[in-house]
Design a protein around this ligand. Structure first.
Ligand code: ADP
Length: 272
């Protein structure tokens, strides 16, 4: 579970200072060791008085084969960060890397390939295609890429997620939990380098949430998946190896080896 750091959680000021003073030569090791990282990432919406700095210069790295939770108040930039780092949206400035690939250098075709081959995304609202069966939804990324489905991997995923007997059903014939497990299998079918999950349990009851979070945890422990998950729930964050806290478009603090209680304490201390 450890992320290699036994140090006490850093204060917001300390983390901010480290971010600002990070030398360019420190970026190279980050490219080698992190599943994804962002350098001075900014995203601005609107102009003039209506300007919103959704991301105000985020420096953050997400480690390989680790489960990282991202928390912060509503409007702090969590979804914008996920979308920019997954290549679903382009930042206003700054850099985002998946492994050592600077995704700002990719054209639209390159971003499509990145999303198809290297990054999986799980949305709060499942985003399944209503006219396709559960099985067809899961294999959609492979089918779109014109590749052959790895049947052993497919069978493993649907068995692990407990949806092997639901594959011929359309999404509207599945419970919320089953739809999200289906979306999770779809995100994993191409064995991506990392998965971004934006409040994946936000629409699930507590049993379905626990099942989904246990699956995400197992996928890190058993096959080294890298996962970044936005959550509001301290109990959900406690499944992660590390929590990164956002506020006002900045990564302001982090916590290793979280428990629900330590996350709550941190949230209170940050005043968020
Ligand atoms: P979070 O996920 O933490 O709730 P978001 O990343 O969704 O935060 O939003 C960060 C800020 O950016 C908010 O103030 C939000 O209103 C604003 N924002 C997000 N998307 C847009 C958009 N498409 N147009 C204008 N403002 C936006």
């Amino acid at each position: 579970m450890a992320d290699g750091s036994d140090a006490a959680p850093q204060s917001a000021a300390k983390v901010g200072q480290d971010q600002i003073t990070r030398a360019p030569e420190q970026e190279a090791p980050l490219r080698a060791t992190s599943a994804a990282h962002a350098v001075d990432l900014r995203k601005t919406y609107g102009t003039g008085q209506a300007t919103v700095h959704a991301l105000a210069g985020v420096h953050v790295a997400f480690e390989r084969s680790r489960f990282t939770a991202v928390m912060g108040p509503s409007g702090s930039g969590k979804s914008t960060l996920m979308h920019c780092m997954a290549g679903l949206d382009r930042p206003t400035s700054g850099q985002t890397f998946v492994g050592d690939l600077d995704i700002g250098n990719l054209d639209d075709h390159g971003l499509t390939q990145l999303r198809r081959d290297r990054v999986g995304f799980v949305f709060q609202s499942f985003n399944l295609v209503p006219t396709l069966s559960a099985g067809e939804n899961i294999t959609l990324p492979v089918d779109l890429a014109g590749k052959k489905v790895d049947r052993d991997w497919f069978d493993y995923l649907v068995a692990q997620l407990g949806i092997a007997d639901r594959l011929s059903h359309r999404p509207n014939e599945l419970s919320g939990g089953q739809q999200q497990r289906c979306a999770c299998a779809r995100a994993l079918i191409n064995r991506p380098d990392l998965i971004f999950a934006d409040e994946p349990t936000g629409n699930l009851d507590s049993n379905s949430s626990a099942e989904m979070l246990s699956f995400l945890r197992r996928s890190v422990d058993e096959f080294g998946q890298s996962i970044v998950m936005v959550t509001h729930d301290p109990r959900g964050a406690a499944y992660a190896d590390r929590v990164v806290f956002l506020a006002d478009g900045l990564a302001v603090d982090e916590l290793a080896n979280p428990t629900a209680d330590s996350v709550l304490e941190h949230v209170r201390a940050l005043g968020t």
